[in-house]
Design a protein around this ligand. Structure first.
Ligand SMILES: Cc1cc2nc3c(=O)[nH]c(=O)nc-3n(C[C@H](O)[C@H](O)[C@H](O)COP(=O)(O)O)c2cc1C
Length: 218
């Protein structure tokens, strides 16, 4: 792939406000998009995410409550994601999830594992000062946005439109996720929603500041 093709995909990508409800993303293509989320980097490699793909329209209706930025997308998107982010009971340095993750997924062993545990504890307690539960969640949430960026770009590269969504009331949506989706909201919160499909009309021309106004060279 050459640079111009990649930039064309960045120009193609826009926050799609309304999708063509008649057009469905082939399963293979959507699995490709999810794979780019799965392979995304995260701080210390902890993958503090889970993605609910909401294809059931009864559940999509329930998500509309308080989700002012998602309504038309919930009606028209081919595929709709809710990104769950791990909260403190899962993501704190000494949680059973993290301890298990370091040995079973990351394959750390013996002395290297013990050193790693100390590094993670020091990073969370001292380097990044993530003592409070809210801070840990926001830190984990930042990682989830990397996966979001990758999904949006990957989708654009294969001609699929998307929209990232923060237009919802977090507390309200977490209540819906708990009551209607069976999510354990002690362990998971929501970072964002994301809709995927095919545009029904062309977007406005893209607006951005110029590179010279964004970058400082020293
Ligand atoms: C984290 C995030 C949340 C967003 N939330 C919404 C949303 O709720 N509804 C919406 O229509 N667009 C939403 N957007 C889209 C932005 O408004 C859009 O990306 C921005 O205006 C730039 O336009 P472009 O993406 O079309 O280039 C969101 C974008 C991001 C990155």
């Amino acid at each position: 792939m050459n640079k111009q093709d990649i930039l064309s995909a960045f120009m193609f990508r826009h926050a799609c406000k309304e999708f063509d409800p008649a057009k469905k993303i082939p399963e293979e293509d959507f699995l490709f998009i999810l794979e780019t989320a799965r392979l995304s980097p995260s701080s210390l490699g902890f993958e503090p995410w889970k993605f609910i793909v909401v294809q059931n329209h009864v559940l999509r209706e329930k998500l509309k409550d308080g989700a002012w930025g998602a309504t038309i997308k919930l009606d028209t998107a081919s595929h709709f994601i809710v990104c769950l982010t791990m909260k403190a009971p899962l993501i704190r340095y000494n949680s059973p999830y993290i301890i298990n993750f370091m040995s079973e997924v990351q394959k750390w062993e013996g002395e290297l594992l013990e050193n790693r545990k100390k590094t993670v504890e020091n990073f969370q307690k001292v380097d990044f000062g993530l003592a409070g539960d809210d801070k840990l969640f926001e830190w984990a949430s930042k990682q989830c946005y990397i996966a979001l960026g990758n999904m949006l770009t990957a989708a654009a590269m294969i001609g699929i439109d998307s929209c990232p969504i923060e237009g919802f009331n977090r507390k309200n949506t977490e209540r819906i996720l708990k009551e209607e989706f069976g999510v354990n909201t002690e362990e998971f919160g929501i970072s964002y929603m994301a809709a995927f499909g095919y545009r029904i009309k062309e977007p406005r021309a893209k607006t951005r500041r110029e590179l010279k106004d964004v970058v400082i060279w020293k």
